[in-house]
Design a binder for this molecule. Structure first.
Ligand code: NDP
Length: 254
């Protein structure tokens, strides 16, 4: 018996990177996983195929967060898929993972439009997703928000992204209190530099300095973040709520 058999999950932004690894991890524990994507339908279908190759169950749902109607589109697809696969619309596990990153501009260069865009995807969308999901999440459900270690250290070129991730930690804190009467846990995971497969992480100019941030002197792997998210989704993690879990390979040890 796997730890999440009979459970259903939504992982936003699971077409690649940490989201894909989390979708795979949840499916390995028996959950039916909704693989959400923004632009890359093909990549989302690949995540679904990978899950199915391992004997798991999943279906894709597209919605470009931060655009008008995206939350309605996401939940229409989610509920239709859940109904098709389970006959009902119960969502046991929500992982808010999708996020946009800034190009790394000096604070003086950041525009109001960039602020709006990052906050729309990284802060406003997760709030609205949690709010909307509450009608589907049963007592004892799980919410995992993927934050970032940049909420704990100062990287001036990442100020907007860090501000948006700070909002995620507040989402965790306040909803953890709000949902405790229903035994729903709400936690954040804080990854450090993690090789999400993007081209930037394959270049020595990025890879070397980023590797030095960790006490282990290497980049994190998506599966290493996913392992934490999957644990938080299990019954074994029922006593943890409102926490921000460091998954940085010791990057914050100083
Ligand atoms: P990736 O850039 O590899 O993947 C991002 C995912 O989010 C993709 O599936 C993408 O879908 C989706 N996404 C992005 N923008 C939108 C949008 N507007 N609407 C819908 N979906 C969207 O991310 P990572 O795996 O690197 O990061 C995952 C999480 O971990 C994020 O929250 C990130 O902030 C956090 N994190 C990552 C770190 C790292 O070093 N990698 C470090 C600290 C935190 P699609 O391509 O289909 O549009």
């Amino acid at each position: 018996m796997t730890k999440l058999s009979g459970k259903t999950a939504l992982v936003t932004g699971s077409s690649r990177g940490i989201g894909r690894a989390t979708a795979l991890g949840l499916a390995r524990e028996g959950a039916l996983v909704t693989v959400h994507y923004g632009r890359d339908e093909q990549a989302a279908k690949e995540t679904v195929a990978l899950i199915e190759q391992e004997g798991g169950r999943a279906f894709p749902v597209g919605a470009q967060l931060g655009t008008p109607g995206a939350i309605d589109q996401l939940f229409a697809g989610l509920e239709a898929g859940l109904r098709e696969h389970t006959g009902q619309t119960v969502l046991d596990i929500l992982v808010n993972n999708a996020a946009a990153t800034t190009p790394g501009d000096a604070p003086e260069e950041v525009t109001a439009e960039q602020l709006d865009e990052i906050f729309a995807v990284n802060a406003k969308a997760p709030f609205l997703i949690v709010q909307r999901a509450l009608g589907l999440i049963p007592d004892g459900g799980r919410i995992v928000n993927i934050s970032s270690a940049v909420t704990r250290i100062a990287i001036p070129t990442q100020v907007v992204y860090a501000m948006s991730k700070g909002a995620i930690d507040q989402l965790t804190l306040h909803f953890a209190r709000h949902l405790a009467p229903r035994q729903i846990t709400v936690n954040s995971v804080l990854p450090g530099a993690t090789d999400n497969g993007s081209a930037a992480f394959q270049t020595p100019e990025v890879r070397e300095p980023m590797s030095q941030l960790s006490a282990f002197k290497r980049l994190g792997e998506p599966e290493e973040i996913a392992n934490v998210a999957v644990f938080l989704a299990t019954e074994q993690a029922r006593w943890i709520t409102g926490a921000s879990l460091d998954a940085t390979g010791g990057s914050l040890l100083g």
